[in-house]
Design a protein around this ligand. Structure first.
Ligand SMILES: Cc1cc2nc3c(=O)[nH]c(=O)nc-3n(C[C@H](O)[C@H](O)[C@H](O)COP(=O)(O)OP(=O)(O)OC[C@H]3O[C@@H](n4cnc5c(N)ncnc54)[C@H](O)[C@@H]3O)c2cc1C
Length: 511
């Protein structure tokens, strides 16, 4: 028996579902929306502050977004796409701040310079070429490059202190990079949604099953984890924004578009330092190059994090392996996800990714001392006792069918929608929450605008996201306007005095 009938059911209360809920409520305030979350709190899985790195991925610092082609040139395609996608998120957040639908930007996004740092002749040559290829375009024109130790010391004193002067090093820098607390952002969006008519948030409700009805709607069966009671919600549209929990639910939906998908969970760990005398000497996200054979999401970085107004440093990620799909999930998640339809792709991935297996084993076996040793590549004076290990969220990488090998492992994000637009699921975790707005707009387009006939919504999206429908990469004037608007609304312009404070703290500590 159904206990509730809604237009939209959002499963999970992380960055993705809250973004989709926010978009839909702006587009049609009369939509009846219900969001259900298995935990008793919003955004306590991957979206929560310390469960991810909080990098506002704009491709300023992530070297894995610009691979080197066999001819030595730099492939910038992914970097331009991610940069434009992040600008879409920044525009939507700016719109919401202006509408007072989000709090002061400092509560969820903070200016944090983005840098890439490399050592060794070959890597320096790569970074020089990368800088030349990117900075030729208006989107990356503000990116600075230097091999000069004096300049690098000014940019990142901790990284340069006591480094061998004979070492060949280089860095790039974009002053208006960001650190985002995606958990706080999701909670702010859920809070706003809670003030709107026809919106319900049901916490401590785990989705157990979902069944397609003859009228095209879905009956979704929930269990209340506090009372043990079951309830069924009927919805015209369902979004499986359950993070690592999305794959099992997609499988339960039985839609043919979801056939053959599997998941490979990779957990993450950080070294964290909260000692003020160290933290105040670094204000940046400094990304390096991933070790050979390591998967793309393992690029090491030394980051400033700003969570609940407190600054801290994070280094990692160190990968780990568990069979759980969610940090607060079950060890049976992986075995129970094996189905006749995905066993071939999963076995194929196991056979063809021995590098990844070896990498994970070596990561899991690391001691605290060897983790801090890896950190010393970025912070030569790091001491074991100043850093503690913290457990991040789970990333369930996508396994799918492949005509040649039988199966392939993908490190990106994929939206799977039923042909009739009645259900959509989000799998994968990269580039993640940074590009949530563009990803959720793609769901709105497929499931509501094209299929639902809401063609008037495109004009409304354009009001919220001025670049909507146009290419920021092909339109420098529009890019300039949009960027000036988002940087000022979200207060992301670089504060020169902050850099000076970092240098003063460094001088004090080094004396
Ligand atoms: C180590 C790590 C580092 C990362 N770094 C970055 C970064 O620097 N920048 C970036 O942009 N992204 C990053 N990401 C990715 C980013 O965290 C995710 O893309 C994003 O948080 C996913 O949001 P979500 O809403 O899909 O998932 P989640 O935040 O995990 O939310 C899903 C919710 O669904 C709930 N749920 C699950 N199953 C059920 C069920 N059956 N019934 C009801 N509720 C359910 C869960 O409890 C959870 O609250 C990182 C991720 C990890 C793990």
């Amino acid at each position: 028996m159904t206990t509730k009938t809604v237009d939209v059911l959002l499963v999970g209360a992380g960055a993705m579902s809250t973004t989709l809920g926010m978009l839909l409520k702006q587009l049609d305030p009369e939509l009846k929306i219900c969001m259900v979350e298995r935990l008793d709190y919003v955004a306590h899985e991957s979206s929560d502050g310390w469960n991810n790195a909080g990098t506002g991925h704009a491709a300023y610092c992530e070297l894995n977004y610009t691979p080197q082609k066999p001819d030595g040139s730099i492939d910038t395609t992914k970097a331009f796409n991610i940069n434009a996608a992040f600008e879409v998120s920044l525009q939507f957040w700016s719109y919401l701040v202006k509408q007072n639908a989000l709090p002061s930007p400092r509560q969820f996004i903070n200016p944090t310079p983005h840098m890439s740092f490399v050592w060794g002749e070959e890597n320096v040559e790569f970074l020089r070429k990368r800088h030349a290829a990117l900075s030729a375009h208006p989107a990356f024109a503000d990116m600075e490059y230097s091999e000069d130790p004096a300049v690098l010391r000014e940019w990142m004193p901790l990284v340069m202190q006591d480094r061998n002067p004979a070492d060949k090093v280089a860095a790039t820098r974009v002053g208006y990079g960001s650190d985002v607390n995606f958990g706080e952002l999701a909670r702010a969006m859920a809070k706003y949604l809670g003030t709107q008519p026809d919106f319900d948030l049901l916490l401590s409700r785990i989705v157990k099953d979902l069944d397609k009805q003859s009228d095209g709607s879905w009956n979704v069966v929930l269990k209340n984890t506090e009372t043990g009671a079951s309830e069924t919600i009927n919805s015209k549209f369902v979004f499986l924004g359950a993070g690592g929990g999305a794959l099992p639910l997609l499988q339960k939906s039985g839609i043919e578009e979801g056939a053959g998908y599997g998941g490979f969970p990779v957990s993450g760990q950080w070294l964290v330092c909260k000692k003020p005398e160290i933290v105040e000497r670094h204000l940046a996200k400094v990304y390096g190059k991933a070790p050979i054979g390591a998967p793309p999401m393992s690029v090491p970085h030394l980051d400033t994090r700003i969570i609940d107004g407190q600054r801290a440093l994070l280094f990692g990620p160190f990968a780990g392996f568990t069979t759980k799909f969610l940090k607060q999930g079950s060890f049976l998640d992986l075995p129970l996800s094996i189905r006749p339809g995905n066993i071939k792709p999963m076995l194929s991935v196991a056979m063809h990714n021995m590098d990844l297996t070896r990498y994970l084993i070596s990561e899991v076996m690391q001691s605290h001392g060897s983790r801090v040793e890896a950190l010393r590549n970025f912070f030569p004076n790091a001491k074991d006792e100043d850093w503690t290990l913290s457990h991040a969220g789970q990333r369930v990488q996508i396994i799918k069918k492949d005509a040649d090998k039988g199966g392939k492992l993908e490190f990106g994000t994929e939206v799977i929608t039923a042909a009739d637009g009645s259900i959509a699921a989000l799998l994968g975790a990269s580039p993640g929450a940074s590009t949530a707005v563009g990803t959720m707009i793609s769901i709105v387009e497929k499931c509501f605008i094209k299929i639902g006939g809401h063609s008037d919504w495109t004009a409304r999206i354009k009001e919220m996201i001025p670049s909507y429908g146009e290419s920021l990469n092909d339109n420098p004037e529009l890019l300039k306007r949009v960027r000036a608007y988002t940087l000022s609304t979200l207060q992301l312009q670089e504060q020169k005095e902050t850099l000076a404070q970092v240098q003063q703290a460094d001088t004090r500590q080094s004396a």
